[in-house]
Design a protein around this ligand. Structure first.
Ligand code: MLT
Ligand code: ZN
Length: 466
């Protein structure tokens, strides 16, 4: 089909330089960073503000063309890149990149969708505050994508998912209309809390263009330690002990398999400061009250004595703490270098994590010879990345099925924090109940009746495009 008329209209809205069509230039917009997902698009279009986003949406609607909203394109489920089933335009939010204000009294910040998460974090830090959303891709993920996927990360057990940090939202709807809910309010019970529908809906119901985020006072002390533990049950015993003494000063509690740290050592050429062990825990505590380090030392000493931990190292400086974190944050890159992997971003009730890990590892070993497990995750909130690295010829869906059946047996979720994107639509169809699916389709058809916003993402079968 000839889309020259649409291309000319888009160029009229955003300027010719911001409508990208050349094969080389469009490549990073139409493929995800792991090169697992991608399909051609008519163009990538880069509006500079909400009014331009709205005009682009109207132009695409008039041309009956679908839109794939895109932030930093750091997702793991292919939600931000096209699927090959429709004429579509990638709408990049990258140029909506202003931090409009930081309110140190009201503990809020107003940011546009294209602001890189790390830049928003730094702006909060400059005001002595903390934006409590943190994960490996924060140097390139953009706020609109973080909100649209309700991203999780390493501090969820203390501060909750991204949803808990969003106070106000501005969205562009499928017909191009703009809904401005950019209120800097910590309490607002006036009617339906409609912004929740857009948070985590992966651009299938509307396009997030700006948000008011909730900030918290920045803790003045941070204590980080890496511990070796015999097994996941010991890690949970350690978590329970730490909770009694440190309460909600625990800001991260990550479980890492020995195998995960081994592939990181191969990949970055830097090993863990501890000897090899079956499992490790990376724990971080933060507080502005004096005495945090002594309290953490006391807990870890008691845990070693009780043999919940078998070895440990406490970071002596900010740079040592960062080194420990960088081992954790390189796991995904190391896994990518190790070969094709089948990801499982699952959650189960926290107490069931040891039984889940045992059952899932046994099932993979029994059914998929030659595959190996790279397990790690945010154990404090029940979220395990149970990734299976497979020989190139192995069929990935059978591996998914093996793991997700075990997850279902524990009443767990097949996507704890990465979302559904285009990667997990089939499984969502399998594991969600019929009434839940009907409700999701009801929302989709109410807000995007023509099925033009990010078609084929989240929901297995979107409404027919007209
Ligand atoms: C992480 O926690 O590092 C990512 O969410 C996990 C992944 O790459 O599977
Ligand atoms: Zn994660």
């Amino acid at each position: 089909m000839d889309h020259s008329e649409l291309l000319a209209t888009l160029a009229g809205i955003v300027g010719e330089a911001q409508v990208i069509t050349a094969a080389h230039d469009i490549e990073p917009y139409v493929n995800d960073w792991r090169r697992m997902f991608g399909a051609p698009a008519i163009c990538a279009v880069r509006p500079a503000n909400t009014a331009e986003v709205s005009a682009v949406v109207r132009a695409c609607a008039a041309a009956r063309v679908a839109i794939v909203p895109q932030g930093g394109n750091t997702g793991l489920a292919g939600g931000g890149v096209p699927l090959g089933d429709a004429p579509q335009v990638v709408l990049s939010l990258a140029r909506l990149n202003r931090i409009r204000d930081v309110d140190a009294v009201g503990l809020t910040m107003l940011v546009e969708a294209g602001v890189v998460l790390q830049e928003a974090q730094l702006a909060a830090t400059d005001a002595g505050l903390l934006l409590p959303i943190s994960f490996g891709a924060q140097g390139s993920a953009r706020v609109g994508g973080v909100i649209s996927t309700n991203a999780g990360g390493v501090n969820v057990l203390r501060y909750g998912m991204t949803r808990q940090s969003v106070l106000g939202l501005e969205v562009v709807l499928a017909d191009g209309s703009v809904v401005d809910g950019l209120r800097r309010l910590h309490k607002d019970n006036a009617g339906y809390d409609w912004k929740q529908i857009f948070i985590g809906s992966e651009g299938t119901l509307g396009i997030v263009t700006a948000a008011v985020l909730r900030l918290v006072p920045k803790p003045t002390q941070r204590v980080t330690a890496l511990l070796a533990v015999a097994d996941p049950a010991a890690a949970l015993a350690l978590l329970a002990r730490a909770r009694v003494s440190l309460g909600d000063c625990i800001t991260a509690f990550e479980l890492i398999s020995g195998k995960s740290l081994a592939i990181v050592a191969d990949h970055i050429g830097r090993a863990s400061p501890l000897a090899a062990a079956p499992w490790f825990v990376l724990i971080e505590a933060s507080s502005s009250l004096a005495g945090l380090r002594d309290a953490v030392e006391e807990v870890l000493g008691a845990a070693l004595e009780a043999e919940e931990a078998t070895d440990g190292v406490l970071a002596e400086s900010e740079s040592q703490a960062n080194d420990l974190w960088s081992l954790r944050e390189h796991i995904t890159d190391a896994e990518k270098a190790a070969g094709p992997s089948v990801k499982h971003d699952v959650s189960v009730p926290v107490a069931d994590i040891p039984a889940f890990l045992e059952a899932a590892a046994a099932a993979v070993a029994a059914a998929h010879e030659g595959a190996w497990v790279n397990a790690f995750g945010h154990v404090g909130d029940g979220n395990i990345h149970f990734n299976v690295v497979i020989p190139p010829a192995m069929e990935p869906h059978a591996v998914n099925h093996t793991v997700h059946e075990i997850v279902a047996g524990f009443g767990g979720s097949i996507s704890a924090e990465h979302g559904i994107g285009q990667y997990r639509t089939g499984e969502l169809e399998t594991y969600k109940s019929a009434p839940e699916k009907a409700l999701q389709h009801l929302l989709k058809s109410a807000l995007d009746p023509a099925g033009r916003l990010n078609p084929g993402k989240v929901l297995f079968a979107s409404p027919k495009r007209s």
